[in-house]
Structure formats: structure tokens, C-alpha cells
Design a protein around this ligand. Structure first.
Ligand code: MLT
Length: 384
């Protein structure tokens, strides 16, 4: 017996209800996320392509396989089809939220080049993401002329940084932060909302592009991926690393029933190792950054305050606490864009999980999702 469903589980957001198996990652409540069994801290200093290979193949690549995989992504990453580009260029600079552009961009790629071969489409999308991201950043900012052409052979993160036109030490710093961020956000078990949404859509045999675009729409919510934007805005609203002032601020927010961003999680019951790793990176690259100093103070001040509240099951930092301050410290000063980096990273994890479900049951695939809903307040009646 895996689980006993009672009425308490209804309308609970499926929280803790087992609904399927996941072969790419799991989230231990105390040790955090593991990719195919590896704690994420073992993987965070690797090449992002090698970690994508791990999620796709359930083992790390040999040196030869790593090179082949790298060049396969290079080949598949050739310039974005004109049709998809026209769609992005038709959007008004500054309009919508960057996550809207990401979802639209993925659907435009699908309209232009969906093959129906899920593995090929997933690999094509993963390979195209650096250019799609760079074009979203530059086009939405009305800075089309700043875009550099893609340089075949560069890694995924490296090519994004190159196409954005960054050079020298700034480019190196950005690559370091983005690669770290990228690997930490690729996957987080089978049941987080973006992954679950993408798999639900894919279970109807919709295209990879439709499934991933749906997942991005799920990620755009402030209770999910957009929390990293909200967290940096929260840090900037606090504006001081003085512990007493932070305590007063946090207590006022709690009294007004406003969220304390960067803390708590649906599964984790200890500090998110992704948060710890990002803070360790922050101590290395931006220890004196004003936002980062506030993050460091929040990490100390907030857990004891939240622990006073019995209904709070996890008073500890989650992945969003530091990611915004690190992105800001290397030059990404517009918090709206932070969730697109989360989405970019998650494309790999969700794609790998969709492919696993497509190959399940000896290739017949996981059946279309069809959870049961209990009728409520619907007495049978007939029209007179
Ligand atoms: C995630 O990485 O998706 C978030 O931590 C949310 C979750 O796991 O539910």
C-alpha cells in the first residue's frame, strides 16, 4: 500500500499524493534534489551538456560521448527558422512578461519545425534555447542591433553569453553564475507544477513544443518560477542587511499576511541545498554586493521567526533566496527576466521526463492523465 487517499487529500493540490514514477530526479525532504541518484552538489561544477546527458541517459557520459553529445547539440542549434523569428520580432518591445515571450517563442519554433519525433524535437529545442533566450532579451529590450551571431561549437550557456555580446571577465562571471544556476534548476522531481503540467499535456501525445510551452506557462506563476523575481524585489524592498530592521520588516509582513519570499517549500523540510550552493557561490563572487548582504542576513534572521508559527512546516531558505541577487550582481538587473533562466534550465529536465513517459510500458507510453474528481454540491436535477 503506497498511500491511503482520504477526503483530506481532496482539493489539496495533490500535495504528497503519489501519482507516478520518475527516473530523472527525486527530492529528499532533508537532503534535497538528486539527479539520477547524484546529490546535485556533485554535479554543479560540470558542463551543463553532461548533466543534460545524465538526465536523458540515466548515466554520465564517457569523454567520447560528451564530445558527440556536444557536437550533436551544436548541429541541431543552427539558426532559428525565419518564421519563428518573425513571430518574436512582431511582438512590441517591452510588452508582456518575458515568460510570455518564452512560451510564444517555443510555440513559434514548434509551428516552424515540429517533426513529431519526440526525442529529436526535444534535442532541437534544447539546442535552440540559447539563441531563443538571447533574442528574447535583446528584442524585448529593443536592442536587436546588440545581438551577436551564434558561434557553433560553444557550449549552451557560453553561446547565450556570446550572442548577448558580453566579453572578457564579465562574460566569464556571467557564464559561471548561469552555468551554476542552470544545473541547479534543470530538474526537481516529477511533481513540481511546471514538470507535472508539461507531462500532463504530453500524455495526450501533444508535441514537445506544446508540452514545454505549457510547462513554461505553469512556471510563470509567482507561486512557482516567478518567485525568484519576487524574491529579489522583496530583498530590494527590505533594502538593509541590519538584522533588527530585517526582523521588524519580516514581522510586519507576517502581520499583514504577506508572503516571505525565498523561504519554505512543498516537499523540503530543511534548507534547500540549491540555496546553500548559490550562497556559497555568492560568497565567492559577490560577498560585498548590497543585495547579497541582505540575502546573507535573511538566511540567519528569518528561520527562527518562521519557526514560531506552528503551521509553517519549513522555515528554511529555498532556491529562490539567492538566485536573483547573483544574477543581479553579474549584470542582469531586471528581475522580470530571472524566471526565463529557470525555464531555460527546466526544458532539459521536463523533456527527459516526457521522453521517459513516452517510452514507458514497453514503448506504449504512460496513458493520458485522467485523475478522478468527486462531484461536489451537484444534486441530480432535470430541466422542467
Ligand atoms: C522547483 O524546483 O520546481 C521548485 O522548487 C518547486 C517544487 O519543487 O515544487
Amino acid at each position: 500500500m503506497l498511500f491511503t487517499i482520504t477526503s483530506k487529500n481532496l482539493d489539496s493540490g495533490l500535495r504528497g499524493v503519489p501519482v507516478g514514477t520518475c527516473r530523472t530526479s527525486f527530492v529528499d525532504p532533508y537532503e534535497g534534489v538528486h539527479y539520477v541518484g547524484y546529490p546535485v552538489e556533485d554535479l554543479v561544477n560540470m558542463e551543463e551538456e553532461d548533466v543534460i546527458f545524465l538526465l536523458m541517459n540515466k548515466r554520465l557520459p564517457t569523454e567520447e560521448e560528451a564530445q558527440e553529445f556536444h557536437s550533436e547539440l551544436t548541429q541541431r542549434g543552427e539558426s532559428i527558422p525565419t518564421g519563428a523569428l518573425r513571430v518574436l520580432e512582431s511582438l512590441t518591445p517591452g510588452s508582456g512578461h518575458p515568460m510570455d515571450w518564452l512560451s510564444i517563442g517555443i510555440m513559434a519554433l514548434g509551428a516552424a519545425e515540429n517533426t513529431g519525433d519526440a526525442k529529436a524535437d526535444a534535442m532541437n529545442l534544447i539546442a535552440r534555447m540559447p539563441e531563443l533566450m538571447a533574442r528574447i532579451f535583446r528584442l524585448r529590450a529593443g536592442e536587436k542591433d546588440k545581438l551577436k551571431p551564434r558561434r557553433p561549437g560553444l557550449g549552451l550557456v557560453e553561446n547565450f553569453v556570446h550572442m548577448m555580446g558580453y566579453e572578457g571577465q564579465q562574460a566569464r562571471d556571467i557564464e559561471r553564475v548561469l552555468r551554476f544556476f542552470f544545473i541547479l534548476h534543470m530538474d526537481h522531481g516529477g511533481g513540481n507544477l511546471s514538470t507535472f503540467s508539461g507531462k500532463a499535456v504530453a500524455s495526450g501525445r501533444a508535441s514537445i513544443y506544446s508540452s514545454i510551452s505549457s510547462a513554461m506557462n505553469a512556471l510563470s506563476g509567482p507561486l512557482h518560477g516567478r518567485a525568484n523575481q519576487a524574491c529579489l524585489e522583496f530583498v530590494q524592498r527590505i533594502g538593509t542587511s541590519d538584522h533588527k530592521e530585517i526582523e521588524d520588516f519580516v514581522r510586519t509582513e507576517l502581520e499583514n499576511r504577506r508572503p516571505i519570499f525565498g523561504f519554505g517549500h512543498g516537499v523540503l523540510r530543511a534548507e534547500d541545498p540549491r540555496a546553500r550552493l548559490l550562497i556559497e557561490l555568492g560568497e565567492e563572487i559577490c560577498p560585498d554586493d548590497e543585495n547579497f548582504k541582505i540575502v546573507r542576513a535573511l538566511r540567519e534572521v528569518v528561520p527562527p521567526i518562521l519557526s514560531e508559527i506552528p503551521k509553517i512546516s519549513n522555515p528554511y531558505p529555498n532556491v529562490d533566496i539567492a538566485s536573483g541577487s547573483l544574477l543581479h550582481s553579474v549584470g542582469f538587473t531586471i528581475p522580470e527576466y530571472y524566471t526565463t533562466f529557470f525555464g531555460w534550465a527546466r526544458v532539459a529536465g521536463i523533456s527527459a521526463q516526457i521522453l521517459d513517459e513516452r517510452n514507458a510500458r514497453d514503448g506504449r507510453g504512460t496513458p493520458i492523465y485522467r485523475p478522478k474528481y468527486i462531484p461536489k454540491n451537484q444534486p441530480l436535477r432535470r430541466l422542467e
